[in-house]
Design a binder for this molecule. Structure first.
Ligand code: ADP
Ligand code: MG
Length: 747
């Protein structure tokens, strides 16, 4: 039987090879996958898998070893094995408890064994008497009888899902691991050049037969060839082979990231700013005055970082700096200082936030820092035709969001002029979301662009600015804790500044895990805090689906929880905030909370980043087990933003040991970097909230905790740059481009 099957496939291969050979290209769109429904293709696309190459880069997260093939008379209870034979009997049973069992008898010449499928009646339509079946599963003993509990099976004999080490893929968007495996197998089998008609994979035309790296680098670093690596990562011959494949692909991944950073940095160094900043005594005095007038003293870390930024701003090479600092460490003030220096030089600053709420918050914070009263707010239509305000030495700040366009000046009486087109020229600081750099807005003298939280400023966005005739300084800010080595690897093109000190007087947030039994006394305690101390509380609803976009399911859960909480806290004022609300509604709720018209703000997890309500001192997180540590830390960072003692309570629906351990670690750790590292260990790289979700790190296979590999690839990149010409490696460049464009944040 096995022999026949091989013959059949060899003949089949031959046909495919002749058909495919001329377009052996992994850029083939997945729409071309044979025997694949439109729905499946759509699901792949929703995972951003568009080409065969994308598919090959969807890596398994583990394997099942079904490579042991046993004759039936040698089966041992407890072992995991594969049996290949012919179906000789089919039975359908219903147990006394109503369980429906589909029982098949399989014989292979050495004996017979039963396979029992539970509650899968459809299987009777697939598997029929006299068919050849290969089945992998565990052998169990019932009395004297041996039964196989099938995990995978395939009709016809072993090929993809049985009788080998089988890859297990994470199942997303309703795609089963089996489907993914089948499609990847197809690509590996058919988009490969087979030198001879071996039945193992030979070469895979990833790069038209060429390697993407110079041979010298491959052999020096002991790497297997890339084509083999792609094959072995999915269908490894052994555990060791899978590891070697992973080593190679992880090397490539880190190599490309670092080379890309180098190329960007190199290009950047050749650039000149559109507008050069200077600082004389007068500006220095103004800056000092601004600092003296702040309601607090800058921390040493803030001062150090400001010095780094200031010296960048005075250079002709545009600044490209990454400012990292824990939530609440005070990045906004530093950003405001940079904007002020731009203003003193007569240039504009753009400040981009990832969400409208944050843009609104920045608008308020920054107008407060500059002590600009929010005298008037204009809509876009009102502003058209107003008389142009002469620069009376007053800094003017505008907030522009998608749904409402408001502007704000110190002296609205003078009726400034501008239409849509000229809008920007009248403001010194323009705050908004990414839409700020869209074509709609004409900018005048942008000298500085600041991007806050989560969005890496992409190559194309920079190009969009340059198109408008600017080449501004760039500052990217994030509260996502990223270990320094990692930051240096992934953002090698950036200079890095870290605010590693919290403003004085901040007390660490006291964090407690609250088990089910203590839940009501916790609610009770919260009520007394509101009554006695006017405390304000955030209650975060559980994360239903890990998704950047708030799904209807999450929203429903939040609304349900809101009703529930309203009953519990019936004497208090509650508000609900979620991502599907209009910007105006969001702002109203936030303002109400900020102005203490609400005691409790119930929110979904997607709206949390960066919100600053210093009076809120209690954070209650429902379903905390569903969050990663870094994300929990972000949420906890919403409180503890004043000198009052703050509290964070973790509720959990599940209380198993692993979860308790994780949450216990969290209650004891206040250091974002430590939590990020622990997250890496628990969940694997790329899984950290706010990182993968926003395409920030997005590593597919390399581990960020593998410092050795990071070091090794760094040396390899240095060697490559000094000994080779990048232009001679077009495929490498093409891949880097693809990776890079994937990382650019979408508006
Ligand atoms: P983040 O780094 O998370 O963006 P913010 O810039 O929003 O932090 O600052 C958090 C809060 O701390 C704000 O209310 C801000 O006014 C305040 N703050 C900033 N710097 C200091 C400081 N040096 N001393 C005291 N409070 C400060
Ligand atoms: Mg912030």
């Amino acid at each position: 039987m096995e022999g026949n099957y091989r013959c059949f496939f060899r003949a089949f291969d031959f046909i495919i090879i002749s058909a495919i050979v001329y377009k052996m290209n992994l850029n083939i769109l997945i729409d071309n996958l044979p025997k694949t429904s439109f729905i499946t293709i759509r699901k792949f696309k929703s995972l951003n898998i568009n080409t065969y190459f994308d598919l090959l880069n969807y890596f398994p997260f583990r394997y099942e070893n079904y490579s042991l093939i046993s004759p039936i008379n040698k089966l041992q209870p407890g072992e995991t094995t594969t049996v290949i034979g012919t179906i000789c009997d089919v039975k359908y049973q219903v147990t006394q408890t109503g369980l429906r069992i589909q029982v098949f008898k399989l014989e292979d010449g050495t004996g017979e064994v039963e396979l029992g499928f539970y509650n899968q009646p459809y299987i009777l339509r697939l598997i029929k008497k006299d068919m050849t079946l290969s089945v992998s599963g565990t052998v169990e003993k019932y009395g004297k009888k041996l039964v196989i509990k099938p995990k995978e099976y395939e009709i016809g004999g072993k090929k993809i899902h049985t009788g080998r080490i089988v890859p297990i893929y994470s199942e997303k968007r309703g795609l089963s691991s089996k489907t993914i495996r089948e499609k990847i197998f197809y690509v590996l089998q058919n988009v490969m050049v087979r030198q001879a008609h071996h039945d193992t994979f030979v070469t895979l035309s990833l790069t038209k037969g060429d390697e993407i790296l110079p041979n010298e680098i491959i052999s020096f670093n002991n790497l297997i060839d890339e084509q083999k690596a792609y094959q072995q990562i999915h269908f490894p011959d052994s555990k060791e082979a899978a590891q070697k494949a992973k080593d190679r692909l992880a090397f490539d991944e880190l190599f490309m990231i670092q080379l890309s950073s180098y190329l960007v940095k190199n290009e950047w160094k050749k650039e000149k700013v559109g507008y050069k900043f200077t600082i004389g005594n007068r500006h220095a005095n103004s800056l000092q005055q601004f600092i003296n007038n702040l309601p607090f003293k800058l921390t040493y870390a803030q001062k150090r970082v400001w010095n780094e930024i200031r010296s960048d701003l005075l250079k002709t090479v545009p600044m490209n700096r990454f400012l990292q600092g824990e939530v609440g460490s005070g990045k906004t003030v530093v950003a405001a200082l940079a904007c002020y220096l731009a203003y003193l030089n007569g240039f504009q600053s753009l400040l981009m936030a990832p969400t409208e709420i944050l843009a609104q918050q920045h608008f308020k914070t920054i107008t407060d820092l500059f002590k600009i009263p929010r005298l008037a707010e204009f809509t876009l239509s009102e502003i058209e035709g107003l008389a142009r305000d002469d620069r009376g030495g007053n800094l003017k700040i505008a907030l522009i969001t998608g749904s409402q366009k408001k502007f704000n000046f110190q002296s609205p009486s003078s009726k400034p002029v501008f239409n849509h087109q000229q809008l920007f020229s009248n403001f010194d600081i323009v705050i908004g979301t990414h839409s700020l750099i869209s074509k709609k807005f004409k900018m005048d003298k942008v000298g500085l662009v600041i991007v806050d939280e989560q969005h890496r400023f992409g190559v194309s966005q920079r190009a969009a600015l340059k198109e408008k005739g600017f080449n501004p300084h760039l500052l990217t800010m994030t509260a996502t804790p990223i270990p320094r080595t990692v930051a240096l690897t992934l953002y090698g093109e950036l200079d890095i500044s870290v605010i590693d000190e919290m403003p004085v007087g901040r007390l660490p947030v006291k964090t407690y895990f609250v088990n089910k039994a203590k839940r009501s006394s916790c609610y009770q305690w919260i009520k007394s805090q509101i009554s006695n101390f006017q405390s304000q509380i955030f209650i975060v609803c559980p994360l239903i689906e890990e998704s950047e976009i708030e799904t209807m399911k999450s929203l429903k859960a939040a609304k349900k929880e809101f009703i529930n909480l309203k009953n519990i806290f019936s004497d208090f004022k509650l508000g609900l905030l979620h991502g599907k609300m209009k910007a105006k509604e969001k702002e109203e709720i936030m303002t109400a909370f900020k102005n203490k018209h609400l005691d409790i703000l119930v929110t979904t997890p997607v709206v949390e980043v960066g919100v600053d309500i210093p009076n809120a001192t209690i954070m209650l997180i429902e379903g905390s087990e569903r969050f990663g540590l870094a994300q929990l830390h972000q949420l906890r960072g919403r409180v503890g933003r004043s000198d009052k003692q703050s509290y964070c309570f973790l509720f959990s629906e599940k209380e198993d040991l692993g979860i308790l351990k994780k949450l216990d670690f969290f209650t004891k750790t206040n250091d974002g970097n430590k939590l990020a590292e622990e997250d890496l260990k628990i969940r694997g790289p790329g899984d950290i909230y706010g990182i993968k979700q926003h395409g920030y790190l997005g590593l597919k296979i390399a581990s960020l905790s593998d410092y050795k590999l990071i070091e090794k690839t760094k040396k390899a990149v240095e060697y490559f740059i000094s000994h080779y010409k990048v232009e001679n490696y077009p495929i490498l460049l093409e891949r880097i481009d693809k990776e890079r464009s994937g990382k650019i944040a979408k508006d």
